[in-house]
Design a protein around this ligand. Structure first.
Ligand code: DX5
Ligand code: ZN
Length: 196
């Protein structure tokens, strides 16, 4: 499995050192949580701070948008050359168009599903995606309790992926720890995010 530490749990007073530490420690991706105070009840960082993260990182960025106006935020972060940009399906009227836009910018498109959203909601988008991010907490904060329905959602998503685009990866975000990581692997999860 790949591991994507979330910098939401970093000490932002020494952010560059924190990013270097996870990269030197062997992470696969640097997970960046972008919250706008509208889609979720929390506000985090914009392109000024994320460009400092990109400068310190020796591993690719995995940008998780938790925002309204996805397309606007894609334009803000695309110049930082992330590997992935994921957006929430619950907040997007034209997901197929946005996927095409992200890919045309040379970035791997990904869609995120909240804990209540079934994987079937994106069945007809799977062939255009490089990754699906399943939330195992309600987005907005680090340090929350793992919601176990993600295991069934991952298994169902894996079946759709096998049929429609076997190259598409499954990432899980929220409350991941040493107690549930084996079950996630058994459910077909490829990448885990871990903050706290
Ligand atoms: C929550 C974020 C997560 C968060 C995970 O909205 O998307 O990436 O940082 O943190 P932990 O591992 O503490 O649940
Ligand atoms: Zn996240």
């Amino acid at each position: 499995m790949q591991v994507a530490p979330s910098i939401l749990s970093a000490d932002f007073g020494i952010l560059a050192q924190e990013v270097k530490a996870i990269c030197d420690g062997g992470c696969d991706l640097v997970h960046v949580d972008v919250m706008d105070g509208h889609f979720v009840p929390n506000l985090t960082i914009g392109p000024v701070v994320v460009s400092a993260v990109a400068k310190a990182a020796t591993k690719p960025l995995d940008i998780h948008l938790m925002v309204e106006n996805n397309s606007f935020f894609v334009d803000l972060f695309a110049p930082l050359n992330p590997k992935y940009i994921s957006f929430h399906i619950e907040e997007e009227k034209h997901p197929h168009r946005l996927i095409q836009k992200i890919r045309s910018l040379g970035i791997s498109p990904a869609i995120t599903l909240n804990p209540h959203t079934p994987p079937e909601a994106i069945e007809f988008l799977i062939e255009d995606l490089d990754m699906v991010l399943l939330m195992s907490v309600n987005p907005g904060f680090g340090g929350q309790k793992f919601i176990p329905n993600v295991l069934e959602r991952a298994r169902r998503l894996k079946e759709i992926i096998k049929k429609r685009n076997p190259n598409c990866l499954i990432e899980v975000d929220g409350g991941v720890n040493d107690k549930n990581i084996q079950a996630l692997k058994d459910a077909g999860v490829d990448i885990v995010v871990a903050g706290s």
